[in-house]
Design a protein around this ligand. Structure first.
Ligand code: GAL
Ligand code: ZN
Length: 677
């Protein structure tokens, strides 16, 4: 039974350790009857798998695996390192992480480990290898999830003695000499010069701000620490499992403390845990700008733009179909308000994920748990074992499965690349300069505008291969190096359009300011110089004059820059008042075959739409008419998928024809295609 990531799969995790063994077979049966063919097990079961140090007990998991194998399931096993067992933490308390107040974290929750603890690394490698050996030849075991949600539960940063030691090693590899480090960090400022590597510590508990280059390097270092911790386990598995076993980890969408692109490099495929109603609360302020109201339906079904951005980011991690390794299938338990779920929602989420490129959807979880931390979290079954809403909705997908499989065989082909940089995100967190200048919010303005115009988009890291795209958008390309600047130049010369926004090219990759006129290394590409830049207080705006109808609406506020274009550059917007009246705010330089635009203020979504309506058609990217709020349009191959997240009917026009979509419903269109697909 080969495990084919190009095909469509539905599944549900199973926690055999949560239920009496006598119940397992019945659970496997109803799950299978529901059309589920994949399960995931064991990601928190270390205490049962290794009840005391170096004494393994796989018998119970063998039996659970066999029960599900007998029903025809393909099984993913989680390495259990997200939950260090009690004996381990008690015997080796230095595996526990230290927080930014210097306090050691306690056992009793989960993810209480330091990825740089030598003991934890050794024991993690050992359990991963032992599991790998045990299940290498089990025909139903097809793949692995490494750990669970790296960085979750507040575990992305550790400041313990192991981390500080590993940080010094990491710095030696990066800078080679202390002179280079001192120069890059600017330690001459505030007398921070290091004359011995051992003087370098973690950037916490400082009076006044810690050194910004050090803070950025610490973020990179912690991210790398999890990359190395994950790699240790992947290598342990790879030594013993067959080559066709596939390896993933479950990312967390818009979670920002770790670089998901870097973590994904070592994986066979990417997956994430999608909890739309919770994400409205936890990511609402990371996406919507102040004053942009959260649509009421978002509290019922999640904000489809937040969910969509996370789907697109996860697809971008490997530029390939991804999975939703945990799909919310009822209400959750962990937000301030855990909204009840309305009929149609779980089906809608399933289609939404598929439309964005998901080829596997695993509903979390089988049944609501009776004891312990997540009692108020729904499963497909209620606490009493009878079906809950999620169960009925997954069952109702049966007649749609054939179409889902056909669509899953199709690629998402985006012609727009939206640059997404964790380094920029962290650098702007360290120095936002203006309250609420949040990297992800700026990304979201562009993302929301693209989606409203019905345009599919890939999220790509800095330095990504840009072949095949027609437009590259960097809402800010804050940290810039020569290679990337040259690649953007080449892209524009070859016929692409590059759109960059405020604060671009301002810094070098070590987080020091460039000594060149802004936008630094992007000056040639843009053909303009930033003369002035700065923040405006809430409510203050400069008005704009522009030949693009509606671009000026609302003016420019929040963050503004005045540009001095070269003579051959087109000015698309000018400040009309304020201290920079008459100076350019938006420029466009034509290159050999393409173009480059600089957007010199923090734009509104409507202004971005105006800019896109100019640039995209010039680049041969067709635009659908604007979609009403709550209606999402995605394309996979020849299929156009329309999803209505509101509870009343909405209409869109697709290829010139009006298409009505009922509330919380999905409509799929497959126009006749000439070429063979
Ligand atoms: C996820 C986690 C699961 C479970 C779930 C509850 O973040 O991976 O183990 O806790 O949340 O929503
Ligand atoms: Zn540590």
């Amino acid at each position: 039974m080969s495990f084919d990531l190009s095909r469509f799969h539905l599944g549900c995790p199973y926690y055999p350790e949560h239920w009496p063994e006598a119940r397992w077979a019945e659970d496997a049966r109803w799950m299978r009857g529901l059309g589920l063919t994949v399960t995931r097990m064991a990601e928190f079961a270390w205490a049962l798998l290794e009840p005391s140090e170096d004494r393994f007990d796989f018998a119970w998991l063998d039996r659970a695996v066999d029960v599900f194998a007998a029903e025809g399931f393909q099984i993913l096993l989680g390495t259990p390192t997200a939950a260090p067992p009690m004996w381990l933490a008690r015997r080796y308390p230095d595996i526990l992480p230290v927080d930014d107040l210097g306090r050691r974290r306690n056992v009793g929750g989960r993810r209480h480990y330091c990825p740089n603890s030598p003991t934890y690394r050794t024991l993690s490698r050992r359990i991963a290898r032992a599991m790998g050996m045990r299940y290498a030849s089990h025909p139903a075991v097809v793949g692995w999830q490494i750990d669970n949600e790296f960085g979750g539960s507040g575990s992305a940063r550790c400041y313990c003695e192991h981390c500080v030691a590993a940080f010094r090693t990491w710095l030696i590899e990066r800078y080679r000499s202390l002179d280079a480090l001192n120069l890059a960090w600017g330690t001459v400022f505030w007398a921070q010069h290091y004359d011995d590597w051992s003087q370098i510590g973690a950037p916490i508990l400082t009076n006044n701000a810690a050194n910004p280059a050090q803070v950025l390097d610490y973020a990179r270092f912690m991210s790398d620490s999890f990359v190395r911790f994950q790699r240790l386990q992947i290598e342990a598995l790879r030594e013993v499992v067959p080559a066709d076993h596939k390896v993933t980890t479950n990312f967390m969408g818009l979670f920002t403390p770790l670089d998901s692109f870097a973590l994904a490099r070592d994986l066979d495929w990417a997956s994430w845990d999608s909890y739309p109603t919770g994400n409205v609360y936890r990511w609402g302020s990371q996406t919507r700008n102040p004053g942009d109201p959260v649509p009421a339906y978002a509290f019922d079904v999640g904000d489809p733009l937040i969910t969509g951005l996370a789907h697109d980011l996860t697809r971008g991690l490997k530029r390939a179909p991804f999975w939703v390794m945990e799909q919310q299938a009822g209400h959750i338990n962990w937000e301030s308000v855990n909204t009840l779920i309305r009929p149609g929602t779980i089906r809608l989420w399933t289609w939404h994920a598929l439309a964005h490129g998901a080829n596997g959807i695993v509903y979390f979880r089988e049944r609501a748990a009776l004891p312990a931390q997540e009692q108020y979290h729904s499963g497909l079954l209620k606490h009493d074992g009878t079906p809950d809403l999620g169960f009925y909705e997954v069952a109702a997908l049966a007649p749609e499965r054939a179409l889902m499989e056909a669509i899953a065989a199709q690629p998402v082909r985006a012609s727009i690349a939206l640059r997404y940089s964790y380094d920029d995100l962290w650098a702007l967190q360290i120095a936002p300069h203006r309250k609420d200048f949040i990297y992800q919010r700026l990304i979201f303005v562009w993302y929301a505008a693209l989606r409203r115009l019905g345009v599919d988009v890939d999220l790509v890291p800095p330095g990504a291969d840009l072949a095949g795209y027609r437009v590259v958008i960097a809402p800010t390309a804050h940290l810039m190096d020569v290679d990337e600047a040259e690649a953007l130049d080449a892209f524009a010369r070859a016929g692409g359009a590059v759109i960059v926004g405020v604060r671009s090219g301002a810094k070098q990759t070590d987080n020091a300011f460039t000594d060149q006129p802004l936008p630094g290394l992007l000056r040639g590409l843009i053909g303009a110089r930033v003369l002035h830049w700065g923040a405006l207080p809430d409510g203050e705006r400069f008005s704009l004059a522009s030949p693009l109808v509606t671009l000026g609406d609302g003016g420019a506020g929040f963050w503004v820059e005045a540009l001095e274009p070269s003579p051959d550059v087109t000015v698309l917007a000018t400040y009309r008042d304020g201290p920079w009246a008459g100076l350019a705010a938006l420029t466009e330089q034509t290159h050999e075959h393409g173009r480059a635009l600089y957007v010199g203020w923090y734009p509104s979504q409507a202004q971005v739409e105006t800019i896109l309506r100019r640039v995209l058609p010039m680049q041969g990217v067709p635009l659908d008419p604007e979609l009403p709020a709550g209606l999402v349009l995605c394309r996979r191959g020849p299929y156009t998928i329309l999803l209505n997240f509101t509870d009343r009917a909405l209409t869109a026009s697709v290829a010139g024809e009006p298409v009505q979509v009922a509330g919380r419903d999905v409509v799929i269109r497959r126009p006749p295609y000439k070429e063979s697909e």
